[in-house]
Design a binder for this molecule. Sequence first.
Ligand code: G16
Length: 579
Amino acid sequence: MNAFFRLKSLSGFKKSAYYSNQSAINKIAFREKSLNMKFTTVPTKPFLDQKPGTSGLRKKVKTFQQPNYLENFVQSIFDAIKAPQGATLTLGGDGRFYNREAIQIILRIAAANGFGKVLVGQGGILSTPAASCVIRKYKTFGGIILSASHNPGGPEGDFGIKYNIENGGPAPEKVTESIFTISKQISSYKITESEEVPLDNLGTYELGKMQIQIIDSVYDYSELMESLFDFDAIKKLFKSGFRMKFDAMHAVTGPYAEEIFIKRLGASKDSLMNCIPLPDFGNGHPDPNLTYAHELVDILYAENAPDFGAASDGDGDRNMILGRHFFVTPSDSLAVIAANARLVKGYSKGLLGVARSMPTSAAVDKVAEALQIPCYETPTGWKFFGNLMDADKVTLCGEESFGTGSNHVREKDGLWAILFWLNILAIKSQSVEQIVKRHWTQYGRNVYSRHDYEDLPIEIATGVINHIRDSFSSITARVFGKYVVKSCDDFSYTDSIDGSVSTKQGLRILFVDGSRIIFRLSGTGTEGATLRLYLEAFEPDSAKHDIDAQIALSELISIAMSISEIKERTGRDIPTVIT
Ligand code: G16
């Protein structure tokens, strides 16, 4: 045992008694006299590129590995949030390459900055929704989540870090801006030297005056899921021969899926695929969409396909839902969940309201109207939902980017969405396709697609955006075939709770019949720029609901191409990804 850590092993406790004995363990652990530590202050120079994007700071692993790069950013977070001495922090990540090294560094900086305790997921693992759950359950002073979400991992891949505030949600823009400002002026950081904290053993350690508690990464989250959904009904569904295939894409949700689907819900072992988390995600791109989760898509579109397919991303906050030979768009998934929420235990009292990001289709708006509940339209980024949930304005939120969630945590939540679907399927005894098509018959279909042009030179992508913005005055009221432009704008949002204003959140071309074309640049990439084109048309006629979305949207796609000059300006004939 090194001089700095004192492990209070749990070997004397049965694992099942771990949680009920938590306070006893803490008392035993903390009876030991704290060691006095000498902390060092290390001079540093600012990096000028530490501006958090849509969801935290995401860069190449190699960028984070530069001397002082991670240290500077972590110190900037701590300087910005001004945690009281002795505060508790939650810490964990999606297990990607550099996760473990980063956890060790952050623990040493946290100790030097006066934190009293850090709750760390075993092995340094916490899915993003599980981290949000832990922050809320144990009322910690927020948490640090290490993830670049759906971006590829490995030594040549991406890494990311973000701070979530005490409500469990991503820090709002005023906090991320303050972190960025500090990062541009930083001249030193505080750290202590120490040996490695053994992250794999549940237990409590001491690092100077700071306690480090290694917690079970899946337990608290699994308990929360069991409190929200009817696990008995889902168990019965599996017993009846219902077949599911869940693809964890070699990312963080593998152990969560084992615990929830196999151990608690009795699904067969072959219901899971790619459930061993790997630091490079098995060389894959852990983004649950039709392009990157093609292995799962092939299974669901094969003969004798399972009844239900689902995937989640690198850090477990995204989800994709598939039926047999059927893809559910994230926007439709949100609408179906909202329409059926009362069937599900944790939501049986109904919804306070719903919210969606601006580029997400208006399918959920129609459900909200029918339920006579408010529907909010926010900019892209889960952080914009936090205030609405904290103020009890909304229960459900969703984004076209494969994100769905509720006020049970303050992050979007992949496994939660999958469980919601399983619960609905267990109660309705209809197929996924039937549920969605009946939904369309009732509410109409918001035909929707997103086209991504990835890895464009930044100046070319911003050139396209500037060109579209410059065209606004000439296209307003113009007629394009059957479409008439009603208005164009650069979306701006005023938070109804704190009055904060976020401008330039995406270019909208709105048509008289309610169709929309939207352009924006992604805020999550690490290389070049990704231009996103979102297309939406409303089809009330159920006789036309079976049409392929790309065909139904073909006229809007041509209009978007002609207004934006994407092909001419980027030299790309087709998008990189279509969802
Ligand atoms: C993040 C945010 C989401 C956002 C998504 C896409 O997701 O949390 O709110 O919708 O990025 O953002 P963009 O279009 O800017 O790339 P994740 O799963 O990457 O954390």
